[in-house]
Design a protein around this ligand. Sequence first.
Ligand SMILES: *[C@@H]1O[C@H](CO)[C@@H](O)[C@H](O)[C@H]1NC(C)=O
Ligand SMILES: *[C@@H]1O[C@H](CO)[C@@H](O)[C@H](O)[C@H]1NC(C)=O
Ligand SMILES: *[C@@H]1O[C@H](CO)[C@@H](O)[C@H](O)[C@H]1NC(C)=O
Ligand SMILES: *[C@@H]1O[C@H](CO)[C@@H](O)[C@H](O)[C@H]1NC(C)=O
Ligand SMILES: *[C@@H]1O[C@H](CO)[C@@H](O)[C@H](O)[C@H]1NC(C)=O
Ligand SMILES: *[C@@H]1O[C@H](CO)[C@@H](O)[C@H](O)[C@H]1NC(C)=O
Ligand SMILES: *[C@@H]1O[C@H](CO)[C@@H](O)[C@H](O)[C@H]1NC(C)=O
Ligand SMILES: *[C@@H]1O[C@H](CO)[C@@H](O)[C@H](O)[C@H]1NC(C)=O
Ligand SMILES: *[C@@H]1O[C@H](CO)[C@@H](O)[C@H](O)[C@H]1NC(C)=O
Ligand SMILES: *[C@@H]1O[C@H](CO)[C@@H](O)[C@H](O)[C@H]1NC(C)=O
Length: 482
Amino acid sequence: MSDHRYSFPAALTLITILFTSRVQSIGVNWGTSASHPLPPSKVVELLKLNKITKVKLFDSNPQVLEALSNSVIDVTVGIPNSMLRTLNSSVKSAESWVHDNLTRYLSARTRIEYITIGDEPFLQSYGSRFYPFVVGAAINIEAALIRAKLSKKVKVVIPCSFDAFGSESGQPSKGHFRPDINKTMIQVLNFLTKTQSPFFVNISPFLSYYQNKNISLDFALFKEAARPHNDTHRLYKNSFELSYDTLITALTVAGFPNIDIVISQIGWPTDGAPNATVSNAEIFTKGILDHFRNKKGTPIRPRVMPLEFYIHALLDEDQRNITVGNFERHWGVFTFDGQAKYQVEFSQSTKSLVNARSVEYFASRWCVVNNNIDMSNATARAMEACTNADCTALSPGSSCFNLSWPGNVSYAFNSYYQQHDQRADSCDFGGLGMITTVDPSVGKCRFNVELKASFSVSLLGSKFDCSLMLIVLMVWLLLERF
Ligand SMILES: *[C@@H]1O[C@H](CO)[C@@H](O)[C@H](O)[C@H]1NC(C)=O
Ligand SMILES: *[C@@H]1O[C@H](CO)[C@@H](O)[C@H](O)[C@H]1NC(C)=O
Ligand SMILES: *[C@@H]1O[C@H](CO)[C@@H](O)[C@H](O)[C@H]1NC(C)=O
Ligand SMILES: *[C@@H]1O[C@H](CO)[C@@H](O)[C@H](O)[C@H]1NC(C)=O
Ligand SMILES: *[C@@H]1O[C@H](CO)[C@@H](O)[C@H](O)[C@H]1NC(C)=O
Ligand SMILES: *[C@@H]1O[C@H](CO)[C@@H](O)[C@H](O)[C@H]1NC(C)=O
Ligand SMILES: *[C@@H]1O[C@H](CO)[C@@H](O)[C@H](O)[C@H]1NC(C)=O
Ligand SMILES: *[C@@H]1O[C@H](CO)[C@@H](O)[C@H](O)[C@H]1NC(C)=O
Ligand SMILES: *[C@@H]1O[C@H](CO)[C@@H](O)[C@H](O)[C@H]1NC(C)=O
Ligand SMILES: *[C@@H]1O[C@H](CO)[C@@H](O)[C@H](O)[C@H]1NC(C)=O
């Protein structure tokens, strides 16, 4: 009889464990489009310090994967859009991709969970450049995985962009996939169902708001005060739930109402556009974390949660493509050098975010405009610098927009100088540049000093060693000659 007494609570506990273990976990997107990326070992340390257990990459950089090996962090690796055409047309190329970019890291015990086929290949702005190759590439990669006996471990997924689905009336109950990709989407969904893989989707209340899709800032930021959207008796209090249910309807109409969903990219940028601010990003990120933690679900899908979700992004990247907007380089929860921009609880056990440790910078030196000389060419020089350097913080509504002339010229000069490893000749600008040891930062406008250990050159040692070797080589060649 005493044995019996505990069976019911035990069963309940078991159910609770089963239920919660299936519940979504938090991941982050880790991109490396930076002039001086934080070294991968430091990033992995940062992930561990913050108890982040899932990471999504946009490529399969060997140094990143090596740093992640044995880390007990689940990894998603990415195939760039530029490879989709080749991977569609040849199983052989898919097999080499799997061999070179996957098999070797799995044996080093990096836990690779997913491979994404392209980076948002369905983006409307790409037209038909990439999406016609997606299904073929996915099938070939899957075949290569089966051949390598990895198909049980690693799932092939296709990241769907926020603009792949929508609803003309703005009502989630009228959601559908974009007509131009509807057919391909159904092939994608058939593929995912057959391979038991989840549907990866990027949702972006920031972009919906930025592109003026009839939503208010309050609605995008989960504010109580936001005016709800009424969709025939279903009330929507925030933009995320509205987008999510629009997707659910699109999937249902397409015939796949029960496919598992992973939110593969969600976040709010902190610079490069009006309302892309640190305080708005903090409010948004708290809102989305609360949404996932309270497990209420959405009006169409109450109490059903996505499998996983990935905050976009871990770090700022100063070389991201800014065709969409200057904010593209400012999605990080952490700055480029691994310092938390605001405080959120990524895991219940860590109450606040922990910064990257012992980060190495170049010397405390900046390049500014020398205002003791004729500055009539300064603006033109700054414009020139900005074609290479990162001047996104100077755009209207951004953190350095308030720097008036010639402060903005100095900002451009400094960005160029830092990106060129503080080389003296990169602070020339026809005699207009001047190196200073006084930090020119004002208020929220930060004049960065770049990171010293850049992993893009780590195979050759530091850049300094490299140029030293070059000098030695040149001297030797000269001596040989004469
Ligand atoms: C994808 O590859 C297949 C097989 O090689 C080919 O028949 C098809 O035309 C390719 N798709 C596109 C869009 O080129
Ligand atoms: C491995 O992936 C990288 C890009 O992520 C690519 O440049 C390289 O060609 C891939 N290797 C093979 C054999 O496809
Ligand atoms: C915009 O939103 C308001 C309420 O939030 C709604 O009444 C209106 O119909 C929407 N307009 C469009 C074009 O979606
Ligand atoms: C997309 O395809 C589905 C299934 O074939 C169909 O029911 C739906 O009407 C299509 N939607 C559009 C917008 O073409
Ligand atoms: C929502 O709209 C329906 C009609 O479509 C209406 O009956 C209902 O009262 C509205 N709810 C709210 C809270 O406005
Ligand atoms: C940004 O937000 C503020 C309110 O915080 C608003 O007044 C302003 O119009 C917004 N700017 C843009 C460009 O949307
Ligand atoms: C940025 O993206 C656009 C649109 O996809 C593309 O045309 C352009 O070449 C890209 N720029 C760079 C520098 O890669
Ligand atoms: C400004 O640039 C023009 C064209 O490059 C050059 O001829 C002129 O001397 C420059 N002026 C100054 C003050 O440097
Ligand atoms: C820029 O200046 C205006 C007016 O002085 C001020 O309201 C605004 O907050 C400043 N913006 C930043 C980003 O510092
Ligand atoms: C700096 O500000 C001046 C005056 O507002 C403007 O004409 C110039 O284009 C700006 N330069 C840069 C690099 O933003």
